[in-house]
Ligand binder design. Structure first.
Ligand SMILES: Nc1ncnc2c1ncn2[C@@H]1O[C@H](COP(=O)(O)OP(=O)(O)O)[C@@H](O)[C@H]1O
Ligand SMILES: [Mg+2]
Length: 220
């Protein structure tokens, strides 16, 4: 079982969006996925409550219940556990990072988002967990993406895939769907599929060469 934690102290970067969308794609590929919502704001749970589909499963819980939840998930044969965390530094964040095999740090390509990252990275590095940044809500192309990637590369590994800002993410969230379900052939779905493939590759690499996860710069 692999545990992937979505973490950044910057609210609104896309933790919940990427977490729920990746869960939908993983299930679509036969990966049994459990979402754990550790955010008291519970926006992943709100999304889940709108859903009719039986998968992915979601449980909202507090940090104290995380070890037990992971034990149960293992016993129930889940392949992936995706943890959504609050956008503030609180005990739940450290607990979720500590439990992670891999942390994904969503970041928008804007100055306030970029300057918020060192604090998040400090937490992850203190707990010695592998991680990578993923740029979210980017323009379709252009210098802003390259500049943000270069800025983040100073702090740690940066995913070579990015997720473009598209309103379909908001539309899908509002009706309890992933973009893959809402608009399967759309560009947002293509971005999420690319992210899924990247995460799978990255987890394989984690198994083969753990040190690669701490190298700063582009992470293929
Ligand atoms: N790639 C994207 N394109 C368009 N809107 C997005 C994208 N990612 C996130 N959003 C929107 O931005 C807002 C914040 O995203 P959210 O996932 O809730 O962030 P966080 O969980 O980090 O606070 C939400 O309204 C969400 O729908
Ligand atoms: Mg959230």
């Amino acid at each position: 079982m692999r545990v992937i934690t979505f973490v950044t102290q910057k609210g609104g970067s896309g933790k919940t969006t990427l977490c729920t969308n990746l869960a939908v794609v993983a299930e679509r590929h036969g990966v049994r996925t459990l979402l754990l919502d550790l955010d008291p704001q519970a926006s992943a749970e709100a999304w889940y409550q709108l859903r009719d589909a039986p998968t992915p499963k979601l449980v909202r819980l507090g940090a104290a219940d995380l070890p037990r939840a992971l034990e149960l998930a293992r016993g129930q044969g889940f392949d992936w556990v995706l943890i959504d965390t609050p956008g503030r530094d609180e005990p739940a964040v450290a607990a979720a990072v500590r439990a992670a095999d891999f942390c994904l740090v969503p970041c928008r390509p804007t100055p306030p988002d970029l300057t918020a990252q060192p604090a998040t990275v400090a937490t992850i590095r203190r707990l010695d967990r592998p991680f990578a940044f993923i740029l979210n809500q980017t323009p379709p192309r252009g210098f802003r993406i390259r500049e943000a990637q270069a800025g983040l590369a100073v702090l740690g590994p940066v995913a070579t895939v990015t997720v473009v800002a598209r309103s379909v993410f908001q539309d899908a969230h509002g009706v309890g769907l992933g973009v893959l379900e809402y608009e399967p052939d759309g560009k947002a779905a293509a971005d999420i599929l690319a992210l899924w493939q990247w995460v799978v590759r990255r987890l394989e690499k984690l198994a083969d060469e753990p040190q690669a996860h701490f190298a700063r710069g582009p992470a293929a």
